[in-house]
Design a protein around this ligand. Structure first.
Ligand code: RIB
Length: 300
């Protein structure tokens, strides 16, 4: 943790999964039993929570995370990333004799991907981690999570946040059923289109459905209030685009923006994120997102 990160109160807290992304680039999706030669291989920072935390930090938020990583090279990779990004790691637990999470990712020539996650030490993140971070949670403006951390942990943190008037944001990825109790504690959910189907019939306050290159759709109390068109970008890969959206949205909400304005910022940040390799390489700063949005205004 940098001195700067230690000395300020985080305004965005992330219940963070961490994975080292093992990324092979192959021409196309594989069929069962097939061996395919990859064009390249990289080890890159990942994990939906960590990605969202980095996105929020680059958008100017003071970010604190609650995480559990292994006492291994991949865990050290996480700590050095978070330090570089100015993220407060006082509640990142290093679990002795455990492996960090890893994600095996295939990126296809069209930029799309498939991912298999082994959460490793992240599976042991518990309510005890949330309780230790209670002061940080209660003092924050936004608490965000994803389905890559145990649901009981998100539930405990969101209960604490709701009681303290802190806004809660959940990226319900990867797709899984959400208990009604948890949905009721979410101020904003950011599913993609397939994840959104699992929320059908549930009572959701606000939903921003990400639609990839097509943009996003904003619903409040079950009513579509706005759609935002996507940006035409040169796609290198889409790893972490949804995480960037969630992190940028959380940062904008923490700045006091209304949901629509926050979604506009997040839509631009997510668009820029697909222009580089891996989850975080092309995640933009706030100035870079604003420049993209201003160029649109000028060209109108
Ligand atoms: O959303 C992308 C992320 O999903 C990757 O970074 C990978 O680690 C998996 O968690």
């Amino acid at each position: 943790m940098t001195d700067k990160a230690c000395s300020v109160t985080p305004d965005v807290i992330c219940l963070a999964s961490w994975n080292a992304d093992l990324v092979s680039r192959v021409a196309r999706p594989m069929v069962r039993g097939e061996t395919l030669m990859a064009h390249s291989f990289d080890i890159q920072p990942g994990g939906k929570g960590s990605n969202a935390a980095v996105a929020a930090a680059r958008q100017g938020a003071q970010v604190g995370l609650i995480a559990r990583i292994g006492d291994d090279d991949f865990g050290r990779m996480a700590l050095s990333l978070w330090q570089r990004e100015g993220i407060d790691t006082r509640h990142a637990e290093v679990a002795a004799n455990e492996r960090s999470g890893v994600a095996q990712i295939l990126v296809y020539d069209d930029g799309d991907n498939s991912i298999a996650v082994a959460v490793g030490a992240g599976a042991g993140l518990g309510k005890v981690n949330v309780d230790k971070a209670c002061e940080m949670i209660r003092a924050a403006k936004v608490v965000m999570s994803s389905n890559e951390v145990p649901q009981a942990v998100t539930l405990a943190a969101f209960k604490m946040a709701r009681a303290a008037g802190v806004t809660t944001v959940l990226n319900p990825a990867p797709a899984m059923d959400l208990p009604d109790e948890l949905v009721a504690l979410c101020d904003v959910l950011t599913p993609n289109e397939s994840e959104a189907k699992l929320l059908f019939g549930k009572s959701v306050r606000a939903l921003v459905v990400t639609q990839g290159a097509a943009g996003c759709a904003i619903y409040q109390n079950g009513t579509l209030v706005q759609t935002l068109t996507g940006w035409a970008m040169q796609v290198v890969d889409t790893i972490g685009a949804g995480d960037t959206f969630t992190g940028a949205l959380a940062a904008a909400l923490a700045r006091g923006e209304l949901l629509l304005d926050a979604a506009i910022s997040a839509n631009a940040a997510a668009a820029l994120s697909v222009t580089g390799r891996g989850a975080i390489a092309a995640m933009p700063t706030l100035a870079q997102s604003q420049a993209l949005m201003q160029n649109l205004t000028k060209s109108k």
